[in-house]
Design a binder for this molecule. Sequence first.
Ligand SMILES: [Zn+2]
Length: 295
Amino acid sequence: MSIDLEKRYSVEEYQSLINSVTFPVEINGDVFISLELLGSGHLHPVPPKPFFRESVVAFLVVQLYDYSKSGLCPGVVTASQGGFKIEDFPLSVNSGNGHPVRIIRAPDVSFTPRNQTRDLDAHQLHTFLGRPFTPSAIFEVEDISKRSNLANMRRKIRNEYMCARSTIRWAVVVDAEHETILVFHKTEDGRIVETYHDPATTLHAPNDILPGFFLEPLALMHSLEENLLSSSTEEEQNEEGNALCPYCREELDNIDAMVYHIRAAHLNRNRKRRELRKRARGKALSPRKRRKEDE
Ligand SMILES: [Zn+2]
């Protein structure tokens, strides 16, 4: 199946296109890593991110992943290629009756709380054909220094990510190149409040969306600078002496090794692991198989 940028696709056509395409894909001489589906039915090819910007995405994914494992608000994190189907019934279309607009967008980073993910069926987990669902918070890493880029981002967040039917209530745009952070917050009564955040201070998420989550923009900048500009070697950074792991008595060389070891070996042991794996196997059924079983 060929990619036609002029054509209007239904979600079903989009799904079979995605199934047949191997990414990255070349369109008219340019390389793209994924395809989004716009409300008009047209495809939006997504270009790859340059190294610096993608490293910011990775930083955010790790921060959110740590948070998701902290017990404060368990959930699932996705990165740049994780698409979501957003369905809306805009008042401008057919007086808001019927004729839904379906959009598939892939935010750079997303967080979906467990109370939403645990109810997803096989269609929702493995295809774009199931009932729409959206995360609670998203992050976009883009250059918004140009007025047109900023306008596009604003339109995408206000009209798509935060449309009436979407559950996304916190959206953070990080422009690391220009040290700019723009935050969108959809309040309980549906208003969208937009603020520029001072990168020198801690950014706290609203407590009813990501309770206790915070981001230190300076830590982000520091981690970028450390890897891209620092001249010190790994050995210089690890001066602490060795010690025994209090849980298994393994000897570790330094505090970084200790922290990594405890997290990897002892922290995520789940008592209910067997039961969860059994349930996961049920969900891993292919949608086609599941449909046959339903009949
Ligand atoms: Zn240990």
